[in-house]
Design a protein around this ligand. Sequence first.
Ligand SMILES: Nc1ncnc2c1ncn2[C@@H]1O[C@H](COP(=O)(O)OP(=O)(O)OP(=O)(O)O)[C@@H](O)[C@H]1O
Ligand SMILES: [Mg+2]
Length: 236
Amino acid sequence: MIQMYHVDMRYAGGAFGLRDVSLHVERGEFVFLTGASGAGKTSLLRLLFAAEAPSAGQVLVSGRNLSRLSSSQVPQLRREIGVIFQDFKLLGERTVFENVAVTLEIAGASRREIRARVWSILKRLGLGHRLDHRPRALSGGEQQRVAIARALVNDPPLVLADEPTGNLDPDLARDIMDIIADAHARGTTVIVATHDPTLLERYRHRLLVLEGGALVQDNAPDSYPGSVRRAVSTSA
Ligand SMILES: Nc1ncnc2c1ncn2[C@@H]1O[C@H](COP(=O)(O)OP(=O)(O)OP(=O)(O)O)[C@@H](O)[C@H]1O
Ligand SMILES: [Mg+2]
């Protein structure tokens, strides 16, 4: 699903987002990405949906070489990726239902299918009573769940999540992780960036650790170093 070969990513001004990262993620894998603030987690995820370009090396997503992607091919790539980010942007003038329906409208789904799928995912996320509200009438956690519903409603083959449980209380955090785990169980490839050790301990998956933009650890699910807490904090 994802292949990276000696990838550098530098921001304007020269700061390194990523340094010499080589990585393979198979179709259907669930991967956690961790590391201290500034380690490069968001940079790596942004690279994968072509929000940033590599400065050196090669990145392949679903067989597409992102260095050679023309701007007209970017929307097609993004239709295959469910992106759950902290700076989720909901459409302020649209209802909750419409905000989630957008993903399926773009994909050309029928009205009937749109209604069924949007209703089902919003209900699962505890937003069944919020369908007709505008985003500004919702709490931060509710808005975040709408953004998650929008990202997952079309069952994308790849899901990228950046601190998806960041603003949520523990119960909601678990619900979100369950929804992501469900998508994974249906065959979706998932990458979740987090520095929440509780999450890493509860859900044992392959764990990548970034430090200063470099990939410094790649742990199999059952071979985490002694304590995840230590693994996360030593990279701080
Ligand atoms: N838009 C930008 N312009 C310049 N430098 C940036 C930009 N975004 C990130 N960086 C730099 O790139 C490096 C990696 O940042 P990144 O946001 O990927 O880290 P992160 O692991 O996601 O951190 P956090 O846990 O705080 O979200 C940092 O040194 C950061 O300062
Ligand atoms: Mg980040």
